[in-house]
Design a protein around this ligand. Structure first.
Ligand code: 13P
Ligand code: SF4
Length: 352
């Protein structure tokens, strides 16, 4: 539905009053009504870099989810304040790895004699606590656009990787981009004693994958791919690496949200694309490219419900609070966690 014109006008007025003091970042999964007010849009990696590159903005309003706003807080100066327009905008995948569980897993690895040669790597989609753990233990953060480079860096420093918290990004990168076998990967289940693995399995593994996943991307199946190929001959299947291994294996292209956008922009007129990622982005691409046939990979619709929590009323509220001199919903990571998390984030930003 079109945005409420009254709210659009209020957002524009508040943003104009704040001027250069505010910088609005928008993740590609955000609603159109929010994206229209973003100073920059991007995937997780681009948004982290953009946040770090705006030291003059007093306020960073992050239209995305909690872990992204935490990373922005860690990467910005102490004088800057990061605002998340709705504090309930979390990420179910990030919630699948709690610090206490990861510390317990590290003890399991230590008891099995493998922690020393294991490098922890965490997907950006994790809490600041987890990034802090990874920073303290010589690891690195990655996003869907640099996972191969992060794993290559990690394997130059150790024999195996503990990959948090998305099993699919870890497995897809290791097997499809690094040439590992599926058997090189084991699944660590934080709800089972010892992760459900023997010491020998841990010793033999190259990739210890945390049992986490994205419920939005988990809805795409091999059937979705086969069905669209039957229905639309010649269709190109383009998916995000958070999809299951069999879906990514059956797809034609795989990459981050930014990669997905660039691929569609470069595609020839008349080509057909079935896209396996969040629906706000797929719909925006379909509207922007009427000369191409762009469809959602599955028949069932699938928004990320937490991304969708940031809507125009929340954005207007946040901007008007800032105009009134109050800082609403500030995301502030405690300094000790932030220091270690920054080590792992800086390491990511420095990857070749
Ligand atoms: P990108 O880094 O590809 O934008 O992905 C972030 C995300 O949360 C995907 O679910
Ligand atoms: Fe988290 Fe999945 Fe939503 Fe991305 S799409 S923010 S991984 S729940």
């Amino acid at each position: 539905p079109p945005s409420d014109p009254d709210l659009v006008a209020r957002a524009a007025v508040a943003k104009a009053k704040l001027g250069q003091r505010v910088f609005v970042l928008g993740h590609h999964y955000q609603r159109d009504e929010v994206i229209q007010f973003a100073d920059v849009t991007g995937d997780s990696f681009k948004l982290a870099r953009e946040a770090a590159a705006r030291p003059d903005a007093e306020y960073i309003v992050f239209c995305g989810v909690h872990f992204m706003a935490e990373s922005a807080d860690i990467l910005t100066t102490d004088a800057q304040q990061v605002v998340l327009p709705d504090l309930a905008a979390g990420c179910s995948m990030a919630d699948m790895a709690a610090l206490s569980q990861v510390e317990a897993a590290w003890e399991v690895l230590t008891d099995a004699g493998v922690a020393e040669m294991t490098v922890p790597v965490t997907y950006m989609n994790s809490s600041a606590d987890i990034k802090g753990f990874v920073g303290r233990n010589g690891g690195v953060v990655c996003t869907s656009s640099n996972a191969k480079r992060a794993l290559t860096w990690a394997f130059e420093r150790g024999q195996r990787v503990l990959f948090l918290p998305d099993q699919h990004l870890g497995r897809n990168t290791a097997v499809l981009e690094m040439g590992f076998d599926l058997d090189d990967c084991v699944l660590y289940d934080p709800h089972k004693p010892g992760g459900g693995l023997t010491a020998q399995q841990l010793r033999e593994a190259k990739m210890i994958l945390w049992r986490g996943h994205c419920s939005v991307h988990g809805r795409f199946t091999l059937d979705s791919v086969n069905e669209v190929r039957m229905r639309v001959p010649g269709v190109n299947v383009l998916v995000h690496p958070e999809c299951r291994h069999e879906v990514v294996t059956a797809a034609d292209r795989v990459g981050s949200t930014e990669y997905i956008i660039k691929t569609i922009e470069a595609a020839p007129a008349g080509s057909a694309w079935a896209i396996g990622t969040e629906l706000n982005l797929v719909r925006r691409l379909a509207l922007a490219h009427p000369d191409k046939e762009i469809m959602f990979l599955d028949r069932a619709v699938c928004y990320c419900s937490t991304m969708n929590r940031i809507d125009l009323p929340h954005l207007v509220w946040a901007l008007e609070e800032l105009v009134a001199g109050r800082v609403p919903n500030q995301i502030a990571v405690d300094p000790s966690t932030a220091r270690h998390a920054r080590t792992a984030l800086d390491q990511m930003l420095a990857l070749p």
